[in-house]
Design a protein around this ligand. Sequence first.
Ligand SMILES: [Zn+2]
Length: 319
Amino acid sequence: MSGTGEQASGCDGALTARACPGCGSRQARRIWEKGELRVDGCRQCGVYYANPVASDLVSGRFYDRLGKDYYLTPDKLRSDYAAVRFARELRFFRRWCSQGAVLDVGCSTGGFLYRLNQFGGYRGEGMDVSGPALAQARSQGVAVIDGSFLDHDFGARKYRAVTFWAVFEHLADPLSFLRKAAGLLEPGGYCFVLVPNRKSLATRILGAKYRYVMPEHVNYFSRKTLIRFVERVPELQVVASVSTHFNPMVIWQDLWRREARVADADRARLLQRTTAWKQSRSLKLLRWPYALAEKCLGRLYLADNVAIVARKTDRDVAG
Ligand SMILES: [Zn+2]
């Protein structure tokens, strides 16, 4: 515990300097400062990234240590497995991939695969650096692979789809993950990437005040910088992008909040409450204006997240 309230809780304090995770350049300008967090914007490719970052975040040890207290709170678990939690991701995913082997990297407690498996025709497997989260996924019948994605030897195994839901913002070197994912895809297979939208309405209004500008988030992509980033892997071609999710309560709370950091438990509680509201009968009347607002923001790429799907081209079939 750093006790500063700003460094990611549980980090040991050692810092690692970074070049741009998008293009490797070191030419950047300072964009945000928030407590000990420093976020730079790359002058070459436009990706925003935390620099320096806590070494524990780079290695992934941080997420394993977070353990039960973070991943397995009743509030978080309730929203992880709720039908609405991954509804948008599932809609997007199923439009492109209707069956086959699916690898969910950074699966956390397995909420996405838990829902995906209910459709039938899929063989889902999850991976995560957090032991307690994986144990929870397994207890829900989700197949998981132990070990680090980059180090794991998949042998000749190929997947119809590899998904990264809200993962790339946490990775010190997301390009290595993307390259490995491309190598695991069948020809014509799909890679899905969802990240917080750096150009969302919330970020435009709140800037560094936004709760998701936080030490655990070490990369910040817009739709444009994400597409450019994914297409740095020659075998991947982005075929569609969407902007999804909108939580006006977060904007409202963050506008008035004085302390820089929102406690993990508070964030989980609001997520669970929002999930409950979305399911509530008494708030039915509010549902369509909310859905309309989300749709409009999505069309304008101003919603909270951006997601892309990239197709593996046939170019490297021989390799
Ligand atoms: Zn760059």
